[in-house]
Write a protein that binds this ligand. Structure first.
Ligand code: FAD
Length: 243
């Protein structure tokens, strides 16, 4: 395999990765892809961490140069990797959507108390709104987990829980800034550090694991049965699609 991929979360720490590799350029775009597991210590793999605005290196750029991967590492059928990828993407959406361990509203409430804003009508209203949304997400996550434990399909499109979590992150980031004000960006206490990260990272969930726009398309088409978006000819060979 030869190629390059940016945005790989935690690749600098991982022993294994998975790749979607183009194995048949004559097949249409969503065919001719193979899903394969790769041992990250295989010769020819270079991982370059990318340092973000908050100083951490969450993602990497991964370069692959003539990397040899055993056929035994293929998951599913050769050229049918998109089917596997869709399952992985749905699982990722449920995982990202349901993975918040600390509720942002708890930290925001602490910030509001420290700033003496617990009687501010706007802060109270927005906090109550966020707490309600966090509870809804938690219940949705619980429903998905219970279904998976029973070996059933999730009772809702997992994209929905990720969309709601993405919206919550934007709200909590904006609220952190609203409460701490400009001083919050300069402080280095644990509370202001949390609010800085919450503000700077507020769009991460709206992009990672599929953007809000793409997830809304999926929900519209798969869950609601709406007509597909107009797009390119799905029978056109991948190699002939203009790039
Ligand atoms: C925190 C984070 C972690 C990530 N981790 C990983 C990782 O571990 N592995 C990995 O492979 N990637 C990872 N990514 C990358 C992420 O999956 C992609 O950035 C994301 O799916 C968007 O793809 P793109 O960057 O190619 O943007 P594009 O697809 O080019 O999108 C650009 C813009 O066009 C819009 N758009 C695109 N298509 C449509 C459409 N059909 N209809 C309407 N609007 C559309 C998008 O919504 C977006 O606003 C991560 C990203 C983030 C932010």
């Amino acid at each position: 395999v030869t190629g390059q991929k940016v945005w790989n979360s935690a690749a600098q720490l991982c022993d294994w990765g998975f790749l979607l590799v183009r194995t048949d350029p004559d097949a249409p775009k969503h065919r001719g892809i193979t899903f394969v597991l790769v041992d990250m210590s295989t010769p020819g793999i270079e991982v370059r961490p990318l340092v973000q605005i908050n100083g951490s290196a969450h993602f990497n750029e991964v370069f692959l140069d003539e990397v040899r991967i055993p056929v035994a590492n293929v998951i599913g059928e050769i050229n049918e990797g998109w089917t596997v990828a869709r399952t992985v993407l749905a699982n990722e959406a449920a995982f990202i959507g349901g993975s918040a361990k600390t509720l942002a509203s708890t930290n925001l409430r602490t910030l509001a108390e420290a700033a003496g804003l617990t009687d501010d009508a706007n802060v109270r209203q927005e906090l109550a709104d966020l707490i309600t949304r966090e509870r809804v997400v938690a219940w949705m996550g619980e429903q998905i987990q219970q279904a998976v434990r029973r070996g059933e399909m999730p009772p809702m499109d997992p994209g929905l829980i990720k969309l709601m979590t993405a919206d919550n992150r934007v709200r909590s980031g904006n609220m952190a800034m609203q409460i701490t004000g400009a001083g919050g960006m300069a402080g280095d206490s644990p509370e202001t550090t949390w609010s800085q990260v919450e503000l700077m990272m507020r769009f991460a969930v709206s992009i990672g694991g599929g953007t809000n726009e793409v997830l809304r398309n999926n929900v519209g088409e798969r869950a609601l049965g709406l007509p597909r978006e107009p797009g390119y000819d799905k029978t056109q060979p991948w190699k002939d699609i203009p790039r």
